[in-house]
Write a protein that binds this ligand. Sequence first.
Ligand SMILES: Cc1cc2nc3c(=O)[nH]c(=O)nc-3n(C[C@H](O)[C@H](O)[C@H](O)COP(=O)(O)OP(=O)(O)OC[C@H]3O[C@@H](n4cnc5c(N)ncnc54)[C@H](O)[C@@H]3O)c2cc1C
Length: 443
Amino acid sequence: MDRFDVVVVGGSAGGLTAAITARRHYPDASIALVRKEKQVPIPCGIPYIFGTVGSPEKNLIPDDLLKQSRIQLFVDEVTSVDLENREVHTAGGQSLGYQRLVLATGSEPLIPPIPGMELENVFPVKKDVTHLANMLEALVKARHLVVIGGGFIGLEFADECRKRGVQVTVVEVLPRCLSLVFDPDLCARVEEELRRAGIELRTGTRAKAFLGNGKVKAVQLETGEEIPADMVILGIGVRPNTGLAREAGLSIGEQGVSVDRFMRTSHPHVFAVGDCTEKVDAVTGKPSNLRLASIATAEARVAGANLFQLRRENRGTIGVFSTKIGDLALGLAGYSEQRARAEGIDYVVAQAESVNRHPGVMPGASPLRVKLVFHKWSRELIGGQACCSESVGELINIIACMIQSGATADRIATCQVGTHPALTASPIAYPLFNAAEMALQQL
Ligand SMILES: Cc1cc2nc3c(=O)[nH]c(=O)nc-3n(C[C@H](O)[C@H](O)[C@H](O)COP(=O)(O)OP(=O)(O)OC[C@H]3O[C@@H](n4cnc5c(N)ncnc54)[C@H](O)[C@@H]3O)c2cc1C
């Protein structure tokens, strides 16, 4: 039996980052990573396989990262964990011993109990290259695609697939697309953009059945409407892969494998990170059902550093989203206004708009709008939303860092940042600072 200082189970965002971080912190450790798949898709890039990127082979996490970090790769499925003897056993008949184990077994798509799920060309979104290649093959022949779910994944699929000329309809059970994340004004902007791109929307209703004889032909809605469909994609969420941890006897919470602030499971030599773990909301301390690569990798950087000494702490999940639908880029970090209200938080909100270049006639100039939510009594930033130019991607990350460092409205309004006519908004009208100033007038 091979023995290692560290064995990581899972080779995607969480597992790979945990292994690389372990190497950085423990240069002499022997590290093995076991993953089921030969090739690992970049999870966030999956929707782009169907349009901009063009094929699953162009959307892979490179294995060079493992070689560079001297991590031994095993392509195999771990079928059991023996906590007492510190060993994992695989489907391929291997046994690997460990001093420390990291479980990064991720998540699987939710499969709803909708009649007709078994029909050909009805696809959940699996992070699996062969499955994605089959989806692409079906899309190339399809004329009518129905996407179930108007969250990030569903909308990114809808927007990318329509670039191949297929007629796309999105079905969303909530009254608005993306409404679990953004405030209603931004949801309305996204829907406008989707319609402008020729995508049909059916909101406030759910798919009742997939119809067809062998192959899907239509989606029947609760309203009775039947939408023609020769392909259906489901983007309705995921469930954590907790089976391995559960069978090993580790504690499992409501939303995944239970971990402490150091990413340790109920067994001191076993850590867990990513989609398979239970998360805690950084503001309320309540369990959070967010599953994002940004969270998985942050948790992995905590676990990887803590394997043999406790060096880092996970202070909870804030949730940072960004996407681009048509020409509209948008992002959110932390709390939206509607979520702050729903949690009963006493907050103030302020918005500011500018252009992402200065003067506004510079090439690439487009509107940049920022909305900030502050906790009224601590004056700390708890949420931010931004749209509409591509500058949003990095701006929302700055807002996320400010939330996590406990920045107050005063602190934000007096921050120094670099500005340049070809790259940023004007320092006089910088929307992040102007929104903070406007919030201060209410605080
Ligand atoms: C279409 C799509 C788009 C997304 N876009 C974004 C985005 O833009 N931004 C963002 O932040 N997040 C995004 N996400 C979410 C993000 O992909 C996940 O949060 C992230 O992949 C979680 O990483 P993970 O390593 O925890 O789990 P996973 O990616 O699920 O990986 C789990 C790994 O564990 C392996 N494994 C499981 N069980 C075993 C076993 N028994 N033995 C061996 N190996 C095993 C699997 O083979 C895999 O390698 C997206 C998700 C999808 C599906």
